[in-house]
Each structure stands twice: as structure tokens, then as C-alpha cells.
Design a protein. Structure first.
Length: 457
């Protein structure tokens, strides 16, 4: 069995849906289970409809939902190929989902607020619509698809908006719901991003949740491979929008892929491979627009290279928090007091550097800096540098290769660095620079490590 997951851009219109169905049909012999995202832009439309409902702007609500409905009907109509019975069945399913949206939005309008639970209920509709559309489109094209409600498969905790799977219960549910369909030679089709609590409330898995869903289901049924179909040829040595000549990475390890994802690579969500890692399931990243490309294979071992850089990631919208105090000198427990503040405010830290009297950390700019500074001031002098970014060189045992550091520093000549970090694992060499210098710095480092070698004095 394999999991085939399609992102929103891979099912954005009728031609792309047809292309995705062809991909599934070619893999029927491998017993696929299909996971689909919402059509590109639909989740944003649903969020906008929620906001309009909260403001009691019913005219705007109706306009947005009518547009969402029409888009799905138009895609189905283009895929009908004279199979009107299937089309009529799909329209009934579509109208059932649209009616549910209106019911929820009326409740939001009545209360004048959006609870986290209601927001998840609305946001989940995009994946429900796309999975129903995909399953019916498969049947219209004589591919044996069967729609499955994701809420019957993925069981989660009740952290609405950022739910985590309860894997034992999900494993039981997935095997009960999915395996009988596969035994009947049917291809289950389900929406990503969605789960439900033990008491039946709809939840969502957060940003990138459809990839996460694919890995959860893959781990639950013991899949031989998880395929993530997107709009690029695989994981690359850098974002091709920054480096047009960036190369596709043929094989990479779980830990390297996770590190790249955490530090800004957009192909895989940071959580995505966690369930795959636990079960040692390979994850393959492929391009729906270039089916011939072999993509990137993510495994526990990666390739057979012992050391060296694999790729560069860029994480923007970072703040550097510099904390200085003479109390640190020779004192014990000082760092514990500092980081107790971060724990209390639930602020995660990306990078840390320390000296005898100072500590610097990087955090996402989304956090409340004023509150953080206020809590830290009784302990240390605090300075915050906003508008920073992290350039992360990810690879294996980077400390083994003396040339890596030399080439990076040579490339960074003339660019001011706020922080520099290289852990003993040698997995990540990170540099913090002003966002205004980010593009120039990434290009210089990529050229030094992956393009024409430069002589380093």
C-alpha cells in the first residue's frame, strides 16, 4: 500500500484534477490511498466567509460560498464525459456540504464570534469538498475511487487549530475503515488536514496539515511509501525563486529534511515526516507537472555520503533577543531563570549562543516582544533586533569538512552577521543576518557550496 497526497495546486482546476487521477490510475497495482488538500485558495475563502459572518455581512457570506460551490461544480462538469448520473450524485453531495457551511456560518453570525472549534469546522469544509470532488471525478473516469470521511480515520486531541493525532486510536480506525475498501480493489479518497476528537468534534492539524495527514495515515496502515505530489521537482539545494539554478536532491535523510523544513523549506511541513520516521516509511516528493522527474526520496539513511552540505534554507521574520547581565559571571541557575520566562510565555527558541555575560536567541516575530522584554528586564538587560532572518546550511557532519565553514565565511564577506551557530551534531550551520541582506547572502553561500568552487585563502 502507498499513500498519494496531492496539494492544492495539484488539484486547482479540472485539467490538474484529471492529471492527478491519471497519476493514481497508473499506481493502482500498489494499492493507493489518496489524500487531497482543498482546491488552491478555497481555505482562504472559507476563513474570509467566517470573518464576514462574524461581522454579520450575510451578503458577503453568500457571495463567497456561492463562488466556492460554483468552482467545484465547474471542475466536475468539465470532467463529466457524459456520465451524468455521477455528476448528479456529486451535486447532491456538494449541496449537502454547502448547506452544512451555511448552518455553521449562521451560528457564527448569531453569536458574533468565531470559537476555535467553529473555525476548525468551517476550515475543514475545503478538504471535504475537494475529496468528494476527487472521488466522484475518479468514478467519472472509470477509476474505482471511494470517498472516505477523514474524521472517521484520524482521531486527535482537542487542540483546535493545531491538533495532534492519537496514533493508537487512529491506527484502529484507519485499519477498520480503509483496509476493507482496499480488499475490494477500491481506492480510498480522503481530505487531509482534518480529524476529530473522541467526542466527535471536527479538528484541523494546522498549517501543512494535509501532508501531516498523509504521514499519519501511512503510519497507521503500515504503508510502504508516502508520496507527496506538489508543484516542484522535489527538495532542492535552495528555493528556486531565489536560486534559479538550484538542483534537485535525489536522496536525503529524515533528520536533514526535518531540519530544512523547520528552517523554511516549503516543500515539506516540519511535522510531516514525524509519523513516517517512527515507522521508517520512505517519503517521496514528486511533481504533478513533471511526472517523469524521479523527485526526492526521504529515508532514514538518506544517501551514502558521510558528510557535507545538502541544501540551504531561509527563515524570515525572525527577532534576535540579546540578554546581558554581570550576574551570569560564575553564577549557577541564571540560564534557568532566563528560560523559565520563555517557558512561561510559551515561546520556542530556534538558535542560542552564549558567552560569559550574555545570551542571544532567535524567535519568531509573531510573539509579543513587549511582554517578553518586560518579563526579562528584572533578570538582564535586553535588546531586541527585529527584521532578521536565519540562513541555515543543512547537511551531515558539517564539522568534519573544514572547507564548509571556510567557504561560508568567505562568501559572507561584507555582510554583517548578528549570530552564528554550529551544533556538535554538525547537522546545521546557521547564520543570522538582517533581512535586507538575506537574498544576497543566500546567493553567495549557495554559489560557494553548490556551484563553482572558490579559492579560500
Amino acid at each position: 500500500m502507498i499513500i498519494i497526497k496531492f496539494g492544492g495546486t495539484s488539484v486547482g482546476d479540472a485539467d490538474r484534477v484529471a492529471n492527478a487521477i491519471d497519476i493514481v490510475a497508473e499506481r493502482q497495482g500498489r494499492q493507493p490511498i489518496v489524500v487531497v488538500s482543498a482546491l488552491a485558495g478555497v481555505t482562504n475563502d472559507l476563513v474570509a466567509a467566517s470573518e464576514a459572518a462574524r461581522e454579520s455581512d450575510i451578503e458577503r457570506v453568500n457571495s463567497i460560498i456561492a463562488k466556492v460551490r460554483q468552482r467545484h461544480e465547474d471542475v466536475a462538469m468539465r470532467l463529466v464525459q457524459q456520465k451524468y448520473d455521477f455528476f448528479e450524485s456529486f451535486i447532491k453531495q456538494l449541496d449537502r456540504q454547502i448547506e452544512q457551511i451555511h448552518t455553521i456560518l449562521k451560528g457564527i453570525a448569531l453569536l458574533g464570534e468565531i470559537t476555535p472549534r467553529a473555525k476548525d469546522k468551517v476550515s475543514a469544509i475545503g478538504e471535504k469538498l475537494s475529496s468528494v470532488l476527487f472521488a466522484y471525478s475518479m468514478m467519472m473516469r472509470a477509476v474505482p475511487g471511494e470517498h472516505v470521511d477523514s474524521e472517521e480515520v484520524v482521531i486527535t486531541d482537542d487542540r483546535f487549530g493545531e491538533a495532534s493525532p492519537l496514533m493508537e486510536e487512529t491506527r484502529t480506525a484507519a485499519q477498520r475503515v480503509l483496509l476493507p475498501l482496499i480488499e475490494r480493489k477500491l481506492i480510498p479518497v480522503m481530505g487531509g488536514f482534518i480529524g476529530r476528537t473522541r467526542d466527535g468534534a471536527t479538528t484541523t492539524l494546522g498549517r501543512g496539515g494535509s501532508d501531516y495527514s498523509a504521514a499519519i495515515v501511512g503510519a497507521a496502515i503500515g504503508a510502504e511509501e508516502i508520496q507527496i505530489w506538489t508543484d516542484v521537482d522535489g527538495m532542492m539545494t535552495c528555493d528556486p525563486r531565489l536560486i534559479p539554478g538550484a538542483r534537485v536532491i535525489d536522496r536525503i535523510s529524515y533528520v536533514e529534511a526535518a531540519e530544512l523544513a523547520w528552517f523554511g523549506a516549503k516543500v515539506l511541513h516540519p511535522k510531516t515526516i514525524a509519523p513516517a520516521v517512527a515507522q521508517k516509511i520512505p517519503v517521496r516528493v514528486l511533481n504533478t507537472h513533471n511526472v517523469a522527474s524521479p523527485g526526492t526520496l526521504v529515508t532514514e539513511q538518506g544517501d551514502d555520503r558521510d558528510h557535507g552540505p545538502r541544501a540551504i534554507a531561509l527563515k524570515r521574520n525572525i527577532s534576535v533577543v540579546q540578554m546581558t547581565s554581570s550576574q551570569m559571571l560564575g553564577a549557577h541557575g541564571f540560564l534557568a531563570r532566563l528560560f523559565a520566562v520563555f517557558e512561561e510565555l510559551e515561546i520556542s527558541v530556534d538558535l542560542i549562543t552564549t558567552s560569559e555575560v550574555s545570551v542571544s536567541v532567535t524567535i519568531d516575530e509573531k510573539h509579543d516582544m513587549d511582554e517578553l522584554v518586560e518579563e526579562l528586564r528584572p533578570i538582564a538587560e535586553v535588546e531586541v533586533l527585529d527584521g532578521q532572518c536565519i540562513i541555515a546550511v543543512v547537511g551531515r557532519h558539517l564539522m568534519k569538512d573544514a572547507e564548509v565553514g571556510a567557504r561560508v565565511f568567505h562568501a559572507m564577506r561584507g555582510i554583517e552577521m548578528s549570530m552564528f551557530s554550529l551544533g556538535t551534531s554538525g547537522l546545521n550551520l546557521s547564520i543570522v543576518v538582517d533581512d535586507a541582506d538575506a537574498d544576497r547572502a543566500v546567493r553567495a553561500v549557495h554559489q560557494a557550496l553548490f556551484e563553482v568552487p572558490v579559492e579560500v585563502a
